[in-house]
Design a protein around this ligand. Sequence first.
Ligand SMILES: [Zn+2]
Length: 299
Amino acid sequence: MSAIRTVLGDIPAPDMGVTDAHDHLFFRSPVLAGQELDDRQAAAAELRAFGGLGGRTVVQWTPYGLGRRRADLAELARETGIQVVSATGLHQAVHYDPDHLARIRDRLAELFVHDLTKAPVRSGLIKVAGGFHGLDTHARHVMAAAAEAHRATDAPIAVHLEGGTAATQVMDLLCGALGVRPEGVILGHLGRSPDTRAHLDAAHTGAFLSFDGPSRAHHATDWRLFDELAALAEAGHGHRILLGGDTTTATARASSGGGPGIPFLLHSLRPRLVREFGEQFAAEVFVDNPARAFAADWA
Ligand SMILES: [Zn+2]
């Protein structure tokens, strides 16, 4: 049975509704010291604002070990009525204490499958991360474990592309070598490298393509979003596009940080999407596509 695995249980894919396909309610990394997303009230405010604009589901890509706070996610989903999907998986090595990584290194697939199928609050996707124009040993090791967990559970794999690069290498590894179904992969951060031809190559692999932001950190490329979407839509890849806010720092939050935050997707991006490409396209990007991208035949 194809379903979306939320923090409160499985739901039929059509119930996913208007979806923020890539975001963070909680996130903590030594790389972003002082910018932790750890304020439960701020997270609740973002969810309520999103719901007030017609949003139904937020997918949090925070993986294992980076303060994803699964129990809080479940409580917030209950309190706000917004459906939340949580991730397992691993980010780049730089985000972790090396000793911690060494302790879990040999049992990653087991850990991911446990998060997806047995944990009190279960995960609904596996997050992995590539490198800048290539994949290091850590990335390859984590992707092999993610593929093993995917084959065991059918869970979708969401990929942080560093600077929007190395999509082809990621797809060659995950799908070419490791047997993941292409439509079971979501490539994130493509907009950080606004190379339309590379985006078309990525689309041809059969993966879903997630564009995210805006953010201060990616302001240099955010302005290319609509041209990028137009190029993909004109080439017939509208059904692969996802949009997310990717709020990774406290100052990016609308409720408490003075940033665009999660609500921006619906009060600003969505109306522009409708104006530029029509209501049908906006519905595809915010409703139909996420319902396919995050659905799995859970084993
Ligand atoms: Zn993210």
